[in-house]
Each structure stands twice: as C-alpha cells, then as structure tokens.
Design a protein around this ligand. Sequence first.
Ligand code: FE2
Length: 270
Amino acid sequence: MYNHIKVTPNKNNVGAIIEAELSKFNNDIIEDVKDALAEYGVVFFRNQKLDSETYIKFAKQFGPLAEYPMLEGLEGHPEITVVEKKPDEQIMFGEGWHTDSTYTKEPPRFTMLYSVKTPEKGKGNTLFASQYRSYETLDDSMKEKLKDLKAVFSADGPISKTRNNRVKEKGTGIDPKSLSAIHNIIKENERNKKKSLYLSPGHAIKICDVDDEESKKLMKELVEHQTKDEFIYGFEWEPNCLALWSNYSVLHNPVNDFNAHRVMHRITIQ
Ligand SMILES: [Fe+2]
C-alpha cells in the first residue's frame, strides 16, 4: 500500500512509526504520509535533521499554516511556536488531554512537533488517544445520539492555566474568554471517510441543545471513554523526532514527569 515509505502501526493501531528521510521529501513520499496519517491519526518519524526552512516547507505540503492566537512565534520564523518547559517550572504547556485550538472557528487540521531538546528517554512522553478507535467502539445508540450534536469549546477551558508561564513571556494579549467556538463532535476524515469523536477535554465546556445536567453527564461519560487505555499510545521523544497528527483524529497529552529543559518546535496547519 505504501510504496515510498515504511509504515509500522503501533499496538491497537494507535498511530504508526514511519521510516522516511523528510529533508528529501517529494510528492510520492508526501502522498504516502497523507494516507498513513488518514489511516492512523498520528505518525512519528525518528532521526530527522530538519532546519526551520525545511521544516516549514514540509509542513506546507499538508495545507496553509495556521497562526497560534495565544503566543508569538520563533524569531525569524513566526510560523513556528516554541513549546517549552524550563527546568525550574512545575507546570507544562498543554498538559492534560486536548486537541489543539478547538476554540477557534476553524481549528487547525494538523499539528507537527519537532523535538529540539528532550529530557532522558521515557520522560516527557506525549500520549495520543485514537479518536477513530474511540468512535468505532461506541455502541450504535450512542453513535446515533452524537450524530448531529455540537459542543462549545473555549480558550478559557480547563487547560488554560497551563499556558500562563508562556503567555507572561510571549503572550499576544488576547483574552482567552473572548475565544470560543461551536463544532460538531463527530468528524469524518475527507480522505478515507473514517469517523472520529471530536471533543477536546481541555476546551469543551458544554454540549449544545441539552440541559446543563445532561451536558455534564454526557461529557463525563465521553471523556472517560475517549481516554481508555486501549486507545492510548505514548511516544518516547529524543531530539530530532517529528510527530504529525490530525487534530480531528487523536487527542494528545504531554506527560509532566521531569525537571529538565524540553523544547519543541510546533507548526499547526489549517
Ligand atoms: Fe496541544
């Protein structure tokens, strides 16, 4: 199926490891990567030497780059957001299950993280939860119930406190309370029509058109389901790795279990 890359699925089909040399990408490689990404929701590459120009060029193959409303970008390369934890910091940016920027009207379709500095291997992993698997394992009555439901997603949701250290340094001044959006909670991949559950626990604050009690109950039930062990894979970082995921198909959660300098370069794609 893949003629230009080697794809090894992870346990339970939660993401896949790809072997390819990204600094020498071409159309054939990109098409194979897009197929693997649509199939597994998140793909990982190790041992990639990518300078910022090549990284940006590679990212643009997947769509127009998105701007991150909450922080300013890397100097000289505003498309890249530096996602960082310093050795003396307790809170980690983006900690907790979520999918990126769901509080925007058109949330970024894909996110890439390229590792620059990492703690010892096995620490500071990023966990991914497959929302294809999560959707597939809902019973039929729940699938029917969720079919047309929408939810409100806010930048002031539970995850907002993990942003404070970075906002102090590089914040754009936008009030998180001013950013919210309403989206369907079932998504369909346009490449292979696979459905996924789209409910970011870090941002979702209410299910629309049901009363508050029902909304709370349903969100609790869905979040517990979404993050079951069998849907989760933890990627062990080392420098020069790239993770590329669809924000519609997986949730992610960086594990805050280290005191060391961790630096990731993030690009989001519309
Ligand atoms: Fe994130």
